[in-house]
Design a protein around this ligand. Structure first.
Ligand code: SAH
Length: 672
């Protein structure tokens, strides 16, 4: 079946009707899913296997039959582990139909058809009884329903229901227990993802400072967790204010309540400073003794043990509602509040013995200033990047004249305010400085000269940044908007940025390759059905697509020099014809060519550019430093070529890249 879906094209801005295959969504879900990453997570898999074996053994030693309930079976992996460990029967429940179908095939292929029953239902719909999905309640409960925040995927309500209706009292659970850890830190870098710092503008008549209004200053922000690869955060970017402490733990073998609650711990800061951030992660004990432990602890917690890279479980950054000065040794209370699906934190100064229970705020943070709804965390970081702001200020200074009439096209931009302080006479579209800056709430193609009070625009500016952009080149929407407003521009209009260019580089990823790499067998089980399914979904649309990733979190090394592949001249309107290029890029280092990274650079004025991608290649090994506020586009090659020496290299990668101005899409093809 085909359906038509309306959407705004992120690059051209046009409303378009796309014919979507009914299967489109689930192909997207599978192609972009974390199943492959989980199957590559050796540490997780071996520990689950050990935990499951131990649980089956304990049940058998009690002289009972081992009846397993595996909620969220995915590929069927954990049920197959249980069956191999000697379980008498497994009920494998999976709500996502394509996965349940895959589980049936995988179970069959591995010879467990008689031992494992796949049930394509949400666990809360599963029935028990002679005519039910399950003949009887299970005595072993196996699940892997956790996200980076532990409970964000609904583990608590699922467990609550399972204990009431699907498993026996005193059942074994794998994992047995989860524990959430926290550490209080001060970090200008992470705090810059949540608050707008003062912006310093050096104008001719002295330095001006743009400060955020008090409603922004005092806003607690948004409740959604910020999950990142904390292992990529150098220790120089934060100051530890407390030891790592246990915040709370959950025993999965006992009945569970998912209703809102809070946990409180007393902390004694190890250092004085500004408490801003709670870093958090969890571990799971696969057995009651705690001998089989799988931890998400970052590098500084257990520096000696090897770290398992994984993308499906990372670490959490929580922003306190406001920054709080703390003194070394002076006790404070940290409160974790949670509802069924999320966690948030508060800090209170200790008040002697009687801690004030009424003081605990259980409301989840709500943004009152609107900016946390407009700007996401990386965008806050970008606006707080003083180096970047300086480039824009320098550029604006070269183009602004006392009689300039400016139009800014960018979402939630500070450019109008910068330009105002730099002396532009009239500015359209921005906030607060009502008499000097006018906000026009319209789409560029609907702009009329009355919006502009009959004036012509002499300076058109943009960062460009649009909240609708997913891939780097979606911000080319600026070019389309510039084209749409052409009749309102003076004949000698200055456009800033004057041009953009698309850059490309071949890389070897340290780890990110795993998320798109076939698995073959996992702990001895044949999961190629899953590989085929992912591959099929990746190729669902004829042309493979690039995908956005914030590469500061995913180390890679360059195998080629960066190469400029296309340029877009914003001084002219969008052309009718396609822009295409073909060429080849030499491989300079040995390594595995996992894919190409693509990003945009904006040429603000003749000699000032900003990069949204590569900042620098930091050493002779080719390690790359990426813009920490932007996602880059990654095009994974379908087969990876490895070159041990420079002589057996495919010494070059050829590429063909095409920008179609009608669709705004960039199609690419690479040959190794
Ligand atoms: N057990 C597999 C897959 C884990 S991913 C493994 O460890 O490799 C979690 C899976 O659980 C997803 O496929 C999701 O669709 C499914 N799921 C989550 N909650 C569920 C529920 N309450 N009932 C049934 N399936 C659920």
């Amino acid at each position: 079946m085909k359906t038509f879906c309306g959407r705004a094209n992120p690059t051209t801005g046009a409303m378009e009707w796309l014919e979507e295959d009914e299967d489109y969504d689930y192909h997207q879900e599978i192609a972009r899913s974390r199943y492959a990453d989980m199957l590559h997570d050796k540490d997780r898999n071996t520990k689950y296997y050990q935990g499951i074996c131990a649980a089956v053994t304990r049940v058998k030693e009690r002289g009972e039959k081992a009846i397993v309930l595996d909620i969220g079976t995915g590929t069927g992996l954990l049920s197959m582990m249980a069956a191999s460990a000697g379980a008498d029967f497994c009920y494998a429940v999976e709500v996502f139909r394509p996965m349940a179908n895959a589980a049936v095939k995988i179970v069959e292929k591995n010879g467990f058809r008689d031992k494992i029953k796949v049930i394509n239902k949400h666990s809360t719909e599963v029935t028990v009884g002679p005519d039910g999905d399950m003949q009887c309640r299970a005595n072993i409960l196996v699940t892997e329903l956790f996200d980076t925040e532990l409970i964000g995927e609904g583990a608590l309500p699922t467990y609550e229901h399972a204990h009431k209706y699907l498993v026996q009292e005193g059942c074994e659970a794998v994992p047995h227990r989860a524990t959430v850890y926290v550490q209080l830190v001060e970090s200008r870098r992470m705090w810059s993802w949540n608050k707008l710092f003062p912006v310093h503008v050096k104008a001719e008549d002295g330095e001006k400072i743009i400060v955020s209004p008090s409603e922004m200053e005092n806003c607690p922000g948004v409740p959604s967790v910020c999950d990142i690869q904390l292992n990529q955060m150098p220790s120089s970017d934060f100051t530890v204010l407390s030891d790592v402490v246990t915040m709370f733990s959950v025993d999965f073998s006992k009945p569970i309540r998912s209703t809102s609650t809070y946990y409180r711990v007393q902390l004694e800061p190890v250092k004085s400073g500004k408490a801003q951030i709670v870093l958090s992660w969890w571990d799971i004990d696969m057995d009651p003794s705690g001998m089989i432990n799988c931890t998400m602890a970052p590098y500084w917690v257990k520096p000696t043990s090897a770290l398992q890279w994984r993308d499906h479980w990372m670490q959490c950054v929580y922003f306190l509602p406001g920054e709080e000065p703390v003194l070394r040794g002076e006790k404070v209370y940290l409160t974790a509040c949670r509802d069924a699906y999320s966690v948030w934190y508060n800090l209170q100064k200790a008040r002697g013995e009687e801690e004030n229970e009424a003081d605990v705020r259980v409301d989840s943070p709500v943004c009152r200033c609107q900016t946390h709804l407009l700007w996401n965390r990386p965008r806050f970081g970008e606006l707080n990047d003083q180096n970047r702001t300086r480039q824009y200020i320098k550029s604006l200074m070269t183009v602004l004249k006392p009689d300039s009439v400016c139009l800014c096209i960018s979402d939630g931009s500070l450019l109008p305010m910068l330009a105002h302080y730099l002396g532009a006479k009239q500015f359209f579209k921005a906030n607060h400085l009502e008499d000097k800056i006018k906000i026009i709430e319209t789409r560029p193609e609907l702009l009329t000269s009355s919006h502009l009070e009959g004036k012509k625009i002499s300076v058109l500016v943009g960062e460009p940044f649009f909240t609708t952009s997913l891939l780097p080149w979606h911000n080319l929407y600026f070019w389309y908007a510039r084209t749409a407003v052409v009749s309102h521009l003076t004949s000698d209009v200055t456009v800033l940025p004057q041009a953009a260019s698309l850059h490309m580089m071949i890389v070897e990823f340290q780890d990110l390759w795993r998320i798109r790499s076939p698995c073959g067998t996992c702990e001895g089980f044949d999961v190629r059905t899953m590989d085929d399914m992912i591959n099929n979904s990746l190729n669902f649309r004829e042309s493979k697509e690039a995908e956005p990733h914030p590469l500061w979190e995913y180390p890679c090394k360059s195998l080629s020099d960066p190469q400029e592949v296309l340029t877009f001249d914003f001084r002219k309107t969008v052309p009718q014809q396609c822009l295409s290029t073909e060429g080849s890029v030499n491989l300079l280092r040995k390594g595995k060519s996992h894919g190409a990274v693509l990003w945009m650079e904006y040429h603000l004025v003749a000699d000032i550019s900003v990069s949204t991608g590569l900042m620098q290649i930091s050493n002779e090994k080719g390690n790359c430093e990426w813009n920490p506020h932007c996602k880059q586009a990654v095009y994974f090659f379908s087969s990876v070529t490895e070159s041990e020496t420079l002589t057996d290299l495919p010494s070059a990668v050829t590429y063909a890249i095409n920008f179609d101005p009608k669709t705004g899409e960039i199609a690419m093809d690479f040959k190794l």
